[in-house]
Design a protein around this ligand. Structure first.
Ligand code: SAH
Length: 216
């Protein structure tokens, strides 16, 4: 095994399984996706460390555990159509693409979207569509979605995202202040939205109409 494969296997054991990630499909996919391809060259040696890393434009690739926790919380099935807000490096996007039928991912920085699309292309992942836009308003033309994952935090749950969920649709999103949030899971059932708190977390801000008006 090359060094990255060893580090990836260890990351799954020491960061995911040891903290309670149990879903077999999620763990299998984390054993496969080469995180080192989504990390800035400067941080290659840090690819499998237990924290976020800078990816440019003041943004970060999320900590592996939080990516796994959000993925597992969405209870994804292979037939699902998923919306992601905040493509960033594309690492979470690749994982969603391997779990589901179709992924629509929105990023506000063209440079990040371009880099992510290149890596997803190199990995021959074909069921992802990326657009550059404000994801806080969702993607109305493609709605409804079985699951929505927000990789950036909002002051409150953006109403359009709830509207664009299917019956039994799940939304995972960090909500709170600019510097500290609670990861929420919302499930739409019979027109009613159930809300559950997963854990405390810190994400970069979702900047847009239903997010923050600026980055500070
Ligand atoms: N899961 C990604 C997280 C990237 S950080 C990864 O691990 O790489 C969150 C991303 O959300 C950033 O790239 C940021 O630019 C993007 N973002 C913030 N607000 C947004 C908005 N309103 N619409 C789309 N993308 C947004």
């Amino acid at each position: 095994m090359n060094n990255f494969n060893v580090l990836r296997t260890k990351m799954v054991e020491q960061q995911l399984i040891s903290r309670g990630i149990r879903d077999k499909r999620t763990l299998d996919i984390f054993r496969k996706v080469p995180r080192e391809l989504f990390v800035d060259d400067k941080y290659l040696d840090n690819s499998y460390e237990d924290h976020p890393l800078p990816i440019g434009n003041g943004q970060t690739i999320s900590q592996p555990y939080i990516v796994a926790l959000m993925t597992e919380s969405l209870l994804l099935s292979p037939a699902d159509k998923v919306l992601e807000i905040g493509t960033g490096s594309g690492y979470q996007t690749a994982i969603l693409a391997m779990m589901c039928r179709e992924v629509y991912s929105i990023e506000r920085f063209p440079e990040l979207a371009k880099k992510a699309q290149k890596v997803l292309g190199d990995l021959e992942i074909k069921n992802v569509t990326v657009k550059i836009a404000d994801g806080s308003i969702g993607w109305e033309e493609q709605a409804p979605f079985d699951a929505i994952l927000a990789g950036a935090s909002a002051p409150k749950v953006p109403e359009p995202l709830l509207e664009q969920l299917n019956e039994n649709g799940r939304l995972v999103i960090p909500v709170g202040s600019m510097y500290s949030q609670t990861l929420l899971k919302l499930v739409k059932k019979g027109g009613v939205v159930e809300r559950k708190e997963i854990c405390g977390c810190v994400f970069v801000p979702m900047v847009g109409e239903y997010g923050w008006t600026n980055e500070r």
